[in-house]
Design a protein around this ligand. Sequence first.
Ligand code: SF4
Length: 209
Amino acid sequence: MLRPHTLKIVEIFTSLQGEGLRQGEPTIFIRFSGCNLRCSFCDTKYAWQRGRDYSAEQVVEKIKKIRERFPVGWVCLTGGEPLLQDLRLLIRLLKKEKFKVQVETNATLYYPLAADWLSISPKPKNFFFCAAYRRLAKEVKIVVTKDLRVRVVEKLRRAFPRTTPILLQPQSNTRWSQNLAKKLVREALKAGLANVRLSVQLHKIVRLR
Ligand code: SF4
C-alpha cells in the first residue's frame, strides 16, 4: 500500500548515472527504502530495510541545497522499489524547481507519474511488468542471470515498441555474465530482434562516488 504522508529514504547522493541510456550523466539520486521482491543478485539489499522518514518538502529542500554545489538538472528516484511509496507530490515539487525526474522501477507496480524518464527492469523468473509500461518505458533493463535465454529476450522484445531498447546488463559485471550477454545479443540478432544491446553498469567499472 502507498504511504501518502512520509517518504522512507535510505540515502540521497550525487553521482553519474551508471545504467541505461542516461549512463554517464551527472545526477542526484534518492534511494527509497523497501522492495516487494527479493532478488538473489540484488546489489542494494541494504535498501530493503533501512531508511529515515522525510516529508516531500524536506527532500526537495535537501536536493536544492545539493544543487548549489552540484548544479545538475536530473534527479533519479531509485531503490529498493520506489513505487511502493507515493512519489507524486515529490515529483510535482521537483518539477516545480525545474528538475527532470527519472524513476527506476522493477515494473511490478504502477500508478500514473509525471516522470520524464521511466526505466524499468523486470525481474526473473517471470519478468512480470505492468501493462502501462509497454508505452511508457524509455528503456527495459534485464540483468543477465545464469538461466536467461533468448526466448525470454524475444518475449520482452515483442512486448515493447522497437524504439524502446532492451538492455542486457551483465550480473555484477562478472565475466560469465558478460559472455552470456554477448551471446544473447548475437542470438537476438540472428532471430531478427531489433534494438537488443549489451549495457554494462558504469559504476561496476569506474568508481563514481
Ligand atoms: S527488484 Fe531491484 S531492489 Fe528489489 S530485490 Fe530485485 S534487484 Fe533488489
